[in-house]
Design a protein. Structure first.
Length: 145
């Protein structure tokens, strides 16, 4: 949508509605169908949620994801020191775009090495990629920027 709005030649909401529906005549109906299907799937899933499942999710969020974030900071720090640049972690808004941090002003995304082989992933991350591989005695990091 952010790319589409850049193409919009008008100024008013009414012009936007008219222009958008001209450009994307089935988009509202298509999105409605997809969302309705998701809601049906959610309705089937909700009864299966129990306290054990919620606990596993909370443990993953609090323990695993927090620790992985800590490891990502270590990767950012190590690369930034090699490049003699500062690093910083991201905001939730950046994270939603797949950005895990910045080295200097360069956005970076940190993924496991196996991510390269997952052809079915269609996400487009506007960042330099850093890949890591877990080894018995630590991790191996690969990047090219």
């Amino acid at each position: 949508m952010s790319e589409l709005i850049k193409q919009f030649p008008g100024q008013t909401y009414a012009e936007w509605v008219s222009w958008y529906l001209e450009q994307m005549p089935t988009a509202i109906d298509d999105a409605t169908e997809r969302i309705c299907e998701m809601v049906k799937n959610l309705a089937l899933a909700v009864p299966k949620i129990d306290s054990a499942m919620v606990r596993r999710w909370v443990e993953d969020l609090v323990l695993t994801k927090t620790f992985v974030g800590f490891c990502f900071q270590g990767i950012l720090k190590a690369i930034s020191e090699k490049k003699h640049l500062k690093y910083r972690v991201t905001t939730p808004q950046d994270e939603s775009k797949g950005i895990d941090g910045y080295i200097g002003e360069t956005p970076v995304s940190i993924k496991p090495l196996t991510y390269k082989t997952k052809n079915m992933l269609q996400e487009k991350i506007e960042a330099k990629m850093i890949y890591y591989e877990k080894l018995k005695d630590g991790i191996k990091v690969e990047y090219n920027f």
